[in-house]
Design a protein. Structure first.
Length: 123
């Protein structure tokens, strides 16, 4: 009867579909198996979604925080150990930086700025 189409969600789905493998590889490198599993779950949920829920927005923020190395200086976080094992000269480092920037651009384009900050801050 009614055709509900969310262009913001469609843009996000297109981006994530095109960068799926790179996002999963980056998540594994920066956060190990738990981050890979979370990223795969997020990709599956966004792919199947008909609306961009607050939970999906929050999970996208978490993925961006991982890609942008937000928690690597916290020795109590697993990201610190994974980051320490990365050689800055590896070619994947630049790709991860680009992924973080691209995700931020897509996120900013589809989510109103006042609705949610990209990566939630830890208290």
């Amino acid at each position: 009867m009614f055709d509900c189409y969310d262009p913001a969600l469609a843009a996000l789905q297109t981006f994530l579909r095109g960068r799926s493998e790179a996002l999963q590889s980056a998540a594994l490198l920066l956060g190990g198996q738990p981050a890979l599993k979370a990223t795969q779950g997020l990709l599956d949920e966004v792919r199947a979604s008909t609306a961009l829920s607050r939970r999906l927005q929050r999970d996208l923020g978490k993925l961006h925080a991982l890609l942008s190395l937000e928690h690597v200086q916290d020795p109590d976080r697993p990201e610190a150990g994974y980051f320490a094992a990365i050689d800055p000269s590896w070619s994947c480092v630049e790709e991860i930086c680009l992924l973080a920037d691209e995700l931020a651009e897509v996120f900013d384009a589809v989510i109103p700025t006042e609705a949610l900050t990209l990566a939630p801050r830890a208290a």
